[in-house]
Write a protein that binds this ligand. Structure first.
Ligand code: SF4
Length: 370
């Protein structure tokens, strides 16, 4: 537990959390919607500082980031809690857990682990990293000093203060839309009132030159409106640029939405068609291994410049400057292909957990403890 950075005192006892767009106002003893930030004696504390519920090595394509250091490995970390309450969350066991729980890792230990596992960067993922942003900041600043990059997988429901704070260490971000950015969907299945803060975050991230990829989870019947997909694609083209990679992801039944079917492939293909008609140059289908829209096609000559299967890169047709080998078009890619890609990039890592302190506390009780 550590005193937070992103908050204001409202008076002698109440605080306003400024990490995410919920902007919770908390009295002493109260915990925010996310379950990990709470008011203790008139100050805001991050209760999951250093308390990691998940640590794993992943291929960067799993985030997905397909245009940022392709083929690299990232150490992925997560805490419990989340500022959204998605009814379909694949990671609901950690995101909706309202216990501060996990093994304790100092920021130095996370960076050391990334180096030991030969990771190229650190990704803050599985739950919403904005809620543990002070810890991410301390890890991220240290990671940069050791030549590692930092990426977030985020819902983008942040404040300007949070974007400013993460811009000190963040290199790239995947911002995840669900249900085509439709507010009606968001109110019913995410428990937020509007997507407006997410669009605002994207504009602020772009100003700060953080590399952005977008995903959109397409959910049959309730989050697959093609007019909304068109609107979202147009917004991305006009505000982030046509070179922004966009991934339409297949939904799989989970958590409270077990009675919904997986997204039909044809629905995803219709989304791709619309996004391309709106001018997006790099559009993908995710969660459908083997689909041709996993590949990157040259926007000029149409030839496949990166051929993928799932998270693996099978073929690389770019030159030293990431230009198309067939026609010379410059593809929007940061970094060169890493040669360490292999089927073993995604794996659990052995950590001497038995030596580590395990924390499992009710957040309200934790705030009271001295
Ligand atoms: S990060 Fe948590 S406490 Fe802060 S505003 Fe968001 S939900 Fe509330």
């Amino acid at each position: 537990m550590k005193k937070a950075v992103l908050y204001h005192k409202l008076d002698n006892s109440k605080v306003l959390c400024t990490a995410c767009a919920r902007r919770c106002r908390l009295s002493p003893g109260q915990v925010g919607f996310c379950g990990v930030r709470g008011n203790r004696d008139g100050d805001l504390y991050l209760m999951v500082y250093g308390v990691l519920i998940a640590v794993n090595v992943d291929p960067i394509e799993k985030k997905p980031l397909t245009h940022f250091h392709p083929g690299s490995k990232v150490l992925s970390i997560a805490t419990t809690g989340c500022n959204w309450a998605c009814a379909y969350c694949l990671n609901y066991d950690i995101s909706q857990r309202r216990i501060v729980e996990g093994f304790y890792f100092e920021p130095e230990e996370v960076v050391k682990l990334a180096i030991e596992t030969r990771s190229d960067g650190i990704t803050y993922t599985y739950n919403e990293p904005t809620i543990f942003v002070e810890y991410a900041h301390d890890v991220g600043v240290l990671a940069h000093k050791h030549g590692l990059f930092n990426t977030f997988v985020s819902n983008g429901y942040m404040t300007d203060e949070a974007v400013d704070y993460i811009s000190k260490f963040l290199d790239a971000i995947t911002v995840d839309f669900k249900g085509n950015g439709d507010d009606k969907f968001a109110r019913k299945f995410i428990l937020i009132t509007s997507y407006e803060p997410v669009f605002n975050t994207l504009l602020e991230l772009k100003k700060r030159k953080i590399f952005i990829e977008i995903t959109d989870l397409v959910i049959p019947r309730v989050g697959d409106d093609l007019n909304m997909a068109k609107k979202l694609s147009r917004w991305i083209v006009e505000n982030l640029g046509p070179e922004t990679p966009v991934h339409f992801l297949r939904f799989h039944p989970d958590f409270k939405m077990l009675d919904y079917p997986p997204t039909p492939i044809e629905t995803l293909e219709k989304h791709v068609k619309i996004a391309k008609e709106e001018g997006l140059k790099y559009v993908y289908i995710g969660n459908v291994p083997g689909h041709p829209m996993e590949n990157t096609y040259c926007p000029r000559c149409g030839k496949p410049v990166i051929v993928r299967y799932g998270f693996e890169i099978l073929e690389w047709n770019l030159d030293e400057e990431n230009r198309c080998k067939f026609c010379g078009y410059k593809i929007n890619i940061v970094g060169r292909l890493k040669n360490n890609y292999s089927p073993f990039r995604s794996r659990f890592i052995f950590i001497d957990l038995y030596r580590r302190k395990y924390i499992s506390r009710d957040p309200v009780e934790l705030l009271k403890a001295k």
